[in-house]
Design a protein around this ligand. Sequence first.
Ligand code: 6GU
Length: 226
Amino acid sequence: MTIEILTVLPELLTSPFEHSIMKRAQEKGLLTIKLHTLRKWAINKHGQVDDYQYGGGAGMVMMCEPLANAIDELQATEKFDEIIFLTPDGKTFDQKQANTLSLKNRILLICGHYKGIDQRIRDLYVTREISIGDYVLSGGELAAAVLVDAIGRIIPGVLNDETSALTDSFQDNLLAPPVYSRPASFRDLEVPPILLTGDPKKVEEWRQEQALARTQKRRPDLLAGE
Ligand code: 6GU
């Protein structure tokens, strides 16, 4: 799978994918990340990609031409399966969308800045609009990093048994149960004895119970199927 990112700040997006599972996914050839600087398609030699908004009001808007020319050039020989605009007014990102997107072949993420992008780019090109939560970020780059990580790690073949996604929070609409490692006793707090029995069936039952209890207490909305 290839994920391409169109941004005015490519520098923000180098380190997030150079470590751990994202690094391994790329080394295995399962994930390719391509950063594209929107300035390459600027309308003049000053690197301009934004302008004042019609109707007045504070804040600049990312212009049509740089974005349209960039997208046209990037998909001249092969179309994107999805063109996603990262924006706080998009649909809130969740595991279900991550699962769907992880099965695509080629995706473009557009990072907004300032007051956003000209509506006509959204009308003409964008196939999905995604937010990562109800708060405002300075730009779409950190949200793009979140999507790449969430999507990249579940591409078939990226995770091994050790890092399996099957027991992640949300994969079955349940939060993950508590986990413990050595020592068995720490500052008078004991590891739940059932985990020391070596009985895999009992351990699995306990984990299910704990996952359910935690979800009921913290995120009842997940159980109600909201
Ligand atoms: Cl995708 N972009 C920005 N700028 N802010 C956000 C966001 C995206 N998601 C939540 N806040």
